[in-house]
Design a protein around this ligand. Sequence first.
Ligand code: SAM
Ligand code: SF4
Length: 329
Amino acid sequence: MALDPLVDGHGRRITDLRLSVTDRCNFRCQYCMPAEGLPWLERDAVLHFEEIERVVALLTQMGIASVRLTGGEPLVRRDFPRLAAMLAPLVDDLSVTTNGYLLERDAAALVDAGVNRFNVSVDSLQRDRFFAMTRRDALPQVLRGLEALAAHPEAHPIKVNAVALRGFTEDEILPFAEFARQHSYEVRFIEFMPLDADRAWTRDQVLTGEEIRAAIDAVHPLEPEPREPSATARTYRFADGTGRIGFINPVSEPFCGDCDRIRLTADGRLRTCLFSLNETDLREPLRAGASDADLEQIVRDAVWRKELKHHVNEPGFVQPARTMSSIGG
Ligand code: SAM
Ligand code: SF4
């Protein structure tokens, strides 16, 4: 049974859910987590598979068509492919964002489960620099994971995401451009956002997508592709027809205007913006036996209050208490 579509108070239809399945991670990326990790949620604080399934089923009735599973690192959640298989029949589009470390083990199971799109995070193509950024000496393992995934035609095109930091990523730009040209991966650079656990973000550390685009264009001319509605990335084709590259520029070119996304944290908090300072608890009502109608109303009320835009570029910006790994990027 279809319910009324989910709309916010600014008239935007909400069709995309980013669902964090765990706050835990096996990496400690500089721009995300402290070296010592974070205090993990207790096991019972995390939504159970059946609870996630119930929320997703309800949201799909309200027009959520696309679900991206993330974390923390989603593949460290026990039995993660089983969760993917439970959700795949409910949605048109089921994707996973992963650091790739466990893809060699899980790629086939996830593709079989019905995951149709993958984003794999890789910040450097040099082993020592990858180690410095993620605090794990794991580049060979991640590249093996990518290859395992690439063996499945259903998983293509595979996106490879790199967070761009000034003073680090400049040396990665052309190697990543070559990587995108030599493989069928769409490489996308993501601007560093103030969601790091160390709260060390400063504007001058943001290497903008435009700077990277210009550096690539000078060597391998690029042609812009039309922007899809609600897309986070601006994508380009190499003018000679070999490969694509994308830029996610939330700081220098915010794309809030047609945002269609909401997020659910691993402990069942609904967030209407990455930078929300408020969140809405769904876990307590779920566990207290709320009806679908009650849950629907809680979701609608929260979504109605969805932020018009983020305030990263304004004086007085306040970084949310949660970091990227506990929100679900
Ligand atoms: N662990 C998985 C991974 O790394 O792909 C999924 C979760 S991670 C939080 C999701 C995405 O957020 C990754 O692409 C990661 O690089 C990105 N990310 C984390 N912290 C960020 C920050 N401060 N600014 C921009 N992107 C960030
Ligand atoms: Fe883990 Fe992903 Fe955060 Fe890196 S970006 S620490 S892999 S959650």
